[in-house]
Ligand binder design. Structure first.
Ligand SMILES: [Zn+2]
Length: 325
């Protein structure tokens, strides 16, 4: 079982990891809270501890076809692939930029730090670091909604808005590692609204979950709705302000997707993240707006929900480290 790697999905609130083999079979997913406000050293310690726990507990591995193979705890692993929040220089494994959700995350040498902490387990094997939405996209193209396509735009809408672009089966990182940062596209729906990056008028300022809730409050909605999920529940039970807030946020995302599709002409679009799971109340205005904006040859592009859910980024990060050798 020398081909087994560990895939890690390092998010602002939670870090999840699992063993993954070369055929895409995945072991039990384990997770810990991410100490994102405690600083980079604490985060890297938490990730390394989780990787050790995943390896120590072993299998079984579940293949994409559902078959299950037992796996004893491996002594060494063939690599670790990490998908993390933030803009990542994939050549060095360093964080170039990040939001306030992670204290002091920008500048962190994730690869170097984890290599040191996991030296015995890795035994010189590869360790790759990439953006979490790129990892999510890689997972969906490998085994998920985009598996039958050689190019795809993967859009994640949750606490932020991001995208991963896969062309000819490989992720497009960009010259400065920023390709796919859809949330920071200027949006006609976000005029005057402050973005998490500090600028004004970007998509994330209206399209993300927290932004949707702020929009609802601005419209005069009840502060008792604690998050975007609560606003969606209110929208479904007939609160007209909630319905308007959800539709406005969804339309902003749809318009941005149409722009990205027009630029890239990918074979398919996959939409994941927490907002994509809100149901037709969010999905329908998002899709209708995207299709209305697209010119003729693009209007029938498949717009698909993410099928792998929380394991997508784990699988994609594992795939990246497998392909790095
Ligand atoms: Zn921005």
């Amino acid at each position: 079982m020398s081909d087994v790697v560990v895939g890690v999905d390092l998010g602002g609130t939670k870090t999840a990891a699992a063993l993954v083999d070369a055929a895409g079979a995945i072991g039990p997913v384990r997770s810990v809270a991410t100490p994102a406000q405690a600083g980079p050293a604490a985060v890297l310690d938490a990730v390394a501890g989780l990787v050790r726990e995943v390896v120590a507990r072993g299998g079984p591995l579940t293949a994409p076809d559902g078959s299950v193979t037992p796996l004893a705890a491996p002594e060494r692993i063939a690599g670790v692939g990490v998908g993390t929040a933030g803009v990542v220089d994939t050549r060095t494994g360093t964080i170039l930029a990040s939001t306030d959700a992670f204290r002091d995350w920008a500048g962190t040498d994730v690869r170097g730090g984890l290599r040191t902490l996991l030296a015995d387990l890795l035994d010189g094997g590869p360790l790759t670091v990439e953006n979490d939405v790129d990892a999510h996209a890689g997972g969906e193209v490998w085994q998920g909604a985009a598996a039958r396509f050689d190019s795809a735009l993967m859009v994640a809408v949750g606490t932020g808005v991001g995208a991963g672009i896969v062309l000819d089966g490989r992720p497009l990182r960009g010259a400065r590692h920023v390709a796919g940062e859809l949330g920071h596209l200027p949006s006609p729906d976000a005029v005057g609204l402050r973005c998490t990056c500090g600028r004004v008028g970007h998509l994330e300022a209206i399209g993300s979950g927290p932004a949707l809730r702020r929009h609802y409050l601005r419209l005069g909605g009840s502060p008792a709705a604690a998050d975007a999920r609560a606003v969606c529940v209110r929208a479904e039970s007939g609160d007209p302000l909630a319905a308007r807030a959800v539709a406005d946020a969804a339309r902003a995302v749809g318009r941005a997707i149409a722009g990205a599709v027009t630029m890239l002409d990918p074979a398919a679009v996959v939409v994941g993240g927490g907002m994509s799971e809100a149901g037709p109340i969010w999905w329908d205005p998002m899709e209708a707006t995207a299709r209305a904006e697209l010119i003729e040859p693009l209007t029938e592009i498949p717009l698909l929900p993410s099928t792998l859910g929380p394991v997508a980024a784990i699988l994609g990060a594992a795939r990246t480290v497998q392909q790095s050798v």
